[in-house]
Design a protein around this ligand. Structure first.
Ligand code: G3I
Length: 330
């Protein structure tokens, strides 16, 4: 028999999946059997939920919230303030010119109040600010309209608005390349600066877009240790283990090779072993999808190239990776 993954991890952390309106139909069984937490892959992002000023389109997000509730699953919110998937109107006046700081902050506030307020008591935690740290060396914060028009404190303001809208919500800073030592230290600097100003931040989201070769276990461990030392809860928020390295642009495979699946299983085994050691600080591990029939990696970094990053295959059958993380006692 196939054990339910979230039951296996009951004493450790929640097991989550990112979903959309299509996958809650096509992956319903695997989702409701193995996962006990959900994140909307796109449907709660600014452009989806607030496409023009004062116009909120909550239909898709509501369906996702209903699906989570109907199946007794937890729900995370993703994401309130991001440089991506945010409509232009947010940053522009009616004349198309950039708005001033106060106008943009007022728009941010009403967006956060409305969205967080709507799902108060339903969504237990939010990725409040997403990916504001720059990947390139020597630059701290990523260039964005939020940064340019408001200044660095747009980050603190977002957390303050979210906390005011739902004082019980767990508020996360979320980023990728989070185990890269240089970027990790910049994330830590950001979080410490927020903590020094008593900004309500409660957690760090490690996205976990990883592959067969990196980051190393040692880098993952070091990142967890350093982030945990800040006294915050941690979650892995967007886990997938790509079978291709970032530089690998091959397009000839229609199925993963046996070697890829074997190495992926070994990776999952080691990574989940590490996660289990940190159960006191790691409260959830969310995959950025649920099974190999659907992943954003099918369009990144090579459009239309299939990838197989999860522990369930395209038919929702357990892969070797599943057995390594489910049967870890044996
Ligand atoms: O909805 C349109 C569809 O109408 C159109 O036909 C199609 C053509 O390309 O595009 C569709 O929109 C795509 C959308 O996903 C829905 O599938 C966008 O082009 C595409 O850019 C968008 O990608 C999303 C990406 O965020 C955008 O940055 C991915 O689905 C989503 O998985 C991804 O998620 C992010 C997290 O939010 C933050 N961390 C990184 C993670 C992976 O990039």
């Amino acid at each position: 028999t196939i054990p339910a993954l979230h039951s296996v991890y009951k004493e450790f952390f929640d097991i989550g999946a990112a979903i959309n309106l299509k996958t809650i139909e096509t992956q319903k069984d695997v989702l409701t059997t193995h996962y006990n937490s959900l994140t909307a892959e796109n449907d709660m992002k600014f452009e989806r939920i607030h496409p023009s000023e004062g116009v909120y389109t909550f239909e898709a997000a509501d369906k996702i919230a209903d699906f989570a509730a109907a199946n007794g699953m937890k729900l995370r919110g993703h994401t309130l303030v991001w440089h991506n998937q945010t409509p232009d109107w947010v940053f522009e006046g009616t004349d198309g010119a950039p708005v001033d700081r106060e106008t943009l902050l007022a728009r941010m506030k009403s967006h956060i109040e409305t969205v967080v307020g709507r799902y108060k008591g339903i969504i237990y935690g939010w990725d409040v600010v997403n990916e504001v740290i720059e990947d390139k060396s020597d630059v701290w914060l990523r260039e964005s309209k939020w940064l340019n028009l408001v200044g660095e404190d747009f980050i603190a303001k977002a957390f303050e608005f979210a906390h005011a809208a739902d004082p019980k919500a767990v508020l996360f800073y979320n980023d990728y390349n989070e185990c890269n030592p240089e970027k990790r230290d910049k994330i830590i600097r950001l979080v410490q600066s927020l903590q020094n100003k008593d900004v309500p931040i409660h957690g760090i989201g490690l996205q976990g877009h990883w592959n067969l070769n990196g980051p190393s276990l040692a880098e993952i461990r070091e990142a967890i240790e350093r982030y945990a030392a800040l006294g915050l809860k941690l979650q892995v928020t967007e886990l997938d283990i790509s079978v291709f390295d970032y530089e690998d642009k091959r397009t000839d495979l229609t199925e993963p090779t046996a070697e890829m699946l074997e190495r992926q299983a070994e990776r999952y085994e080691q990574i989940f072993g590490l996660f289990r050691e940190y159960k006191d600080v790691l409260t959830a591990v969310t995959f950025w999808g649920a099974a190999d029939d659907y992943t954003w990696l099918d369009h990144f970094p090579v459009r239309g190239r299939k990838n197989w990053p999860f522990v369930f295959d395209a038919k929702h059958e357990p892969k070797a990776s599943f057995w390594k993380i489910a049967n870890w006692q044996k």
